[in-house]
Write a protein that binds this ligand. Structure first.
Ligand SMILES: Cc1cc2nc3c(=O)[nH]c(=O)nc-3n(C[C@H](O)[C@H](O)[C@H](O)COP(=O)(O)O)c2cc1C
Length: 290
């Protein structure tokens, strides 16, 4: 059993934002067939936003991807008749603290946890563009909702400072990490492969970054953390938990391998616990000296 704020989970595996397509029947099917501990919605804004034009996703190395969907989403109204049998974490975004708070207020009815996305690198004026306003954003959202509020941050040099401001403003926890901005150039055209020019790096290439960021934030604040970044096997789940994550997202691995990877990781995770005589709570934070 894992306790995160007022919520209890049997196992740590969740699906992070942007991985399950925003199609209601699809979300319910993933929920029924793979039973993740929670499904995080695509980041939702007050009105629908169109995605960038293709290509928006490119694999540049084994297990490593670059994406620039650009926060394309159907708008928060999408939640209205979304009914799934799994826990929903709702990722909320916007172009101002007021918009994000309004989205969070609407999202609260369906979401058991509200995750503020101020870290997406893929659309000017949204996501990471608002990171310097983290304190004001969190204050606004906390003033609008009662459910736990988590703040999703990227693996930036000032992440400790921003995490501190988020917690000071009343955030209940942190989601770490979002993608890191990068680019890939097509050597034939000598132009960026992605239509947006840049995209967020995800998958195996960011795992050591996720470990380091979560370890630093956990050892500084002992915060509640939902961890993610490059989890492909049970080993990375154990790794992220050992530096302080309570729940762990499996994102790019699903894009690369399919949803069945959830079952594989869960099976191996329980085998590991049994072989080592451990339970989940005993692993959380073990690698971080405090
Ligand atoms: C195609 C794609 C779309 C994503 N969309 C979002 C999003 O809308 N909001 C968000 O907060 N993170 C988004 N992310 C970031 C993931 O939720 C996650 O933080 C990141 O990919 C690191 O985990 P991973 O290496 O397991 O994929 C997206 C990632 C991918 C690959």
């Amino acid at each position: 059993m894992i306790r995160l704020k007022n919520l209890e989970f049997n196992d740590p595996i969740i699906i992070p934002s942007g991985i399950v397509p925003d199609v209601k029947e699809f979300i319910q099917r993933v929920c029924k067939e793979y039973s993740p501990s929670a499904i995080t919605t695509k980041t939702l804004t007050l009105s629908p936003l169109p995605p960038h034009s293709p290509p928006t996703l490119v694999k540049f190395h084994e297990g490593c991807y670059l994406n620039a969907i650009g926060l394309g989403n159907p708008g928060v109204e999408f939640l209205k008749d979304l009914n799934v049998d799994c826990r929903l974490f709702v990722s909320v975004g916007g172009s101002s603290p007021q918009e994000i708070a309004e989205v969070a207020r609407i999202a609260e009815e369906k979401g058991e946890l509200i995750e503020i996305n101020i870290s997406s690198p893929n659309r000017r004026g949204y996501g990471a563009s608002l990171s310097s306003q983290v304190y004001e954003v969190v204050k606004n959202v906390k003033g609008s909702v009662k459910k736990p509020v988590f703040v999703k941050l990227g693996p930036w040099d000032n992440v400790l400072d921003l995490a501190g401001k988020a917690l000071e403003a009343g955030a209940d926890g942190l989601t770490l990490i979002n993608t890191l901005k990068g680019t890939i150039i097509d050597h034939e055209t000598l132009q960026p492969v992605l239509s947006y020019g840049t995209g967020g790096i995800s998958g195996k290439c960011i795992y050591p970054l996720a470990l380091r960021v979560i370890a630093e934030v956990y050892s500084e604040y002992e915060a509640e953390i939902v961890g993610m970044g490059g989890v492909f096997t049970f080993r990375e789940v154990i790794g992220l938990m050992s530096v302080g994550a309570k729940l762990v997202g499996v994102g790019t691995a699903i894009i690369d391998r399919g949803f069945g990877v959830i079952r594989e990781i869960r099976r191996d995770l329980y085998a590991y616990l049994e072989q080592n005589g451990l339970n989940f709570e005993e692993i959380i934070g073990r690698a971080v000296k405090r």
